[in-house]
Structure formats: structure tokens, C-alpha cells
Write a protein that binds this ligand. Sequence first.
Ligand code: ARG
Length: 461
Amino acid sequence: MSDKLWGGRFEASPDQFVDEFGASISFDQLLAKEDLQGSLAHVKMLKHTKILSANEADQIIAGLEKLAHKLTTGELEFSVANEDIHMNLEALLAQEIGPVAGKLHTARSRNDQVATDLHLYLKKRLPQVLEAITGLQKALLCQAKKHQTTLMPGFTHLQHAQPITYAHYLMAYWQMFKRDYERFLFNQKHTDICPLGAAALAGTTFPIDRKFSADQLGFSEIYANSLDAVSDRDFALEFLSNSSILMVHLSRFCEELILWCSYEFGYLELSDKFATGSSIMPQKKNPDMAELIRGKSGRIFGDLIGLLTVLKGLPLAYNKDMQEDKEGVFDAVKTIIPCLKICTQMVETLSVNKERMEQVLTTDFSNATELADYLAKNGVPFRQAHAIAGKLVLHQIKQQQTLQDTDLATFQKFSPQIKADVYSALDQRTAVKRRNSYGGTGFAQVEQQIELAEQFMQKFE
Ligand code: ARG
């Protein structure tokens, strides 16, 4: 007979390299704490339902508590021969308390056990993710409050488009992270369902009390279908999908940080704490952290695509393929939280070159829409107004001058509707102030959005 925990029907054991290939202990030991919690809840339930005698259950509980203590002091040693965290801990329990340890697995399977562990693991980490998102939102809001009158060019196609405020720009990211927050909040709902008691796939003949063990573990709900309970990884997919969207936002933000810290833009400067030098070029100040965050988005997308691909062809219920569900989730957790924290600190310590941001607006054509709007307000159909403004832009480019440099006589050659008040219409600050449509960059609009955001953030104080 094989000496495995499941070795009864086997005449031979797998070769060592097969053992190594099949084992997950190298990574699922990260679930040791959750596995012990799950086991404790299970054995308490077995005691409560009298499936085990109080004496047996108490021995197991004491053994598990010992293991939990040893885990914190680093005294537990895991082995590949015991395949995964579940069988490793069961073997260690047997070493602690003898054969009664074998009763722990009554009415349970590794299939509901591993699903429970992963649910517990994410249930604990999601609040940390939410907190890190809130931290970044606070930093963005704080900067936005300080820069409500700081003008900068808004871009489309990375070409100067129309003037906006820096606060408006920052608040766009605040909104994105608000949606991220809400997505992870919802993720908690599907993570907060307990699979324990589904056993291998079909439930159990023992009179278990699933609600009792779920309560022990702090789950709000229990899976209503045992097949679904052991094969569902939607909560992990949602986590990776939410993490991917979050990383898209962080990556876009970091891309702009990188661009804007360049000599060509010169709008921002990172604190020395978040930049690095070059081993050869003494002048360099490189935005490595922002680049790394942008780069780390790739691995998170990989984690998502990896799990989607693992799951897409799996017949119900458990398949060993599902062992591949964990590393991506662990990787995403240990990546997104530091990315959020670094980004928060970069925002908090950024220097803003207000003069540069505003100066570029005095030499560009980002007020061309103002001219078209001015004509349209004076009765010229907008299409025609657009064409006149375009021709004026071309004329002034050839003169190497801006629109506001145009003298009135030249303006009037292009359109007699243009009067002396055109100069105030072309003013960038006026342009921003007038964009007072709901959600626009107008100072009053942004102020209102900042107020709403502050009210929203109050619940996190
Ligand atoms: N190590 C396994 C995993 O991570 C645990 C479940 C094993 N179940 C089984 N029937 N082989 O998925």
C-alpha cells in the first residue's frame, strides 16, 4: 500500500518527481493560518452536532491550537511528500495528538477545505485593498484642493486640446478609484460565502451544521449548491479582474507622471524618495517607481488571464487544474497593495510646477474652441465658426504667433462678427471658468465635485 493519506487503494507510490510535480505546498503554505481556522471551525461543528464526542473534539481542538501557535513561532515544517497544506497540517496534527487526528476529516474533503481557505484568505485581504485605495483617494483629493486654480492643458491624442485645472485632472482619477473601491466592495459579497460542508462535491451523509461552521468563520452566507461550492472561483476571478482594472488606472496615472516629469513637459517633479539615479549619467532622476507600477500591471493581467484559462474548460466539480488558482491571487494581493501605497506617497510628495503648466497655455492654441464658441454665440453656425477659427489658427501658426496675438483688423478679415471682446473670450482662465456644465472643468464645478468627494470620504475618517 502507498503511505499517502489517500493511499488505501494504491499498490505503489508515485515517484518523487511526480510527487514534486503534483505538490502545492511550496505556495499553498501561505494558507496555513486559514487552513487551521477552517479546521477549528469544522471540528467545533463536529462536536456541536455530536458527530465526534466532546473528548475527541477537544483533543483535536487542542492539537490545532498548538499548531497555530507553532505556525506563529515558525516551528512547523512542511514536506513535499505530504503534497499540500491540508495534508501537511493533518500529518502534523497526528504527530501532536496521535490517531484521533484522523477524525478531523470526517464529513469534509480537501475540495471544500481548499475553497474555504481561499475564501478566508481573500476575505481578510479585501479590507486591506479597500483601505489602500482610500489612502490614494485621500492623497488625490488633498492635492486637488490645493490646485483648484492651477491651469494646465487638457489633452486628447496627447495634443493640447483645451485648458483645464490640475484639480479637475486629479479628480478624474479620484472618480476612477472610487469605482475600483466599489468593485472590491462588491467582491466582498461573493467572497463572504462559505463552501465548508460541501465535502467532495455532493454534501455528506453526516448530520453536519453548515451554518454553525460558517458562523465560526465569520461568513455571512453558505453556498446553496455543493457542486458550485467546490468548483466556484468567481470570487477569485472578480478579485483579479478588479485588480486588473485598478492596475489599468494606476498604470495610466503613472504613465502621465513619467511624461510630466520629463524635461519636455516639466509639469511635475517627483520627490527624491521615489526616484533613482543613473550609474553613469550623473544628471539623471528617473521615475523608476512609476515605471515599475506601470510594468506590474502586466503581471496582474497575466494572473487574470491565467485563471480564466484554467477554469474555462473544467467540468464540474473539482479538478486538480484548480490547484493553479492560488499563485495568481497571492501575486495580485502582494502586488496591488504596495502599488497603491507607493502611488499614494508619490502623490503626497509631488512638486507641481504651476508656472510651467500655465505658461504652456499662453503659447499654444488650446483656446481655439473659445474662438469657435465665441462666433457661434454671435450667430455664426458652429460648423462655419469652426472653419473660421481653423483658418485663423493656420494664419497665426504661419505668423509664429498665438490667437491672442491677432490684431482686431486681422480677426475681422476672417469674420466681421469678431469684436474687441474676443480677447477676453480667448483668455484661458475665462475659458476654464465658463466650462461650467455639470462635471466640466469650470472652477465652480470642480469645487462642487471636491465638496461631494470630501463628504464621501468622511465615512473613512
Ligand atoms: N492542493 C489542492 C488544491 O490546491 C487541494 C485540493 C485537492 N483535492 C483533490 N481532490 N485532489 O486544489
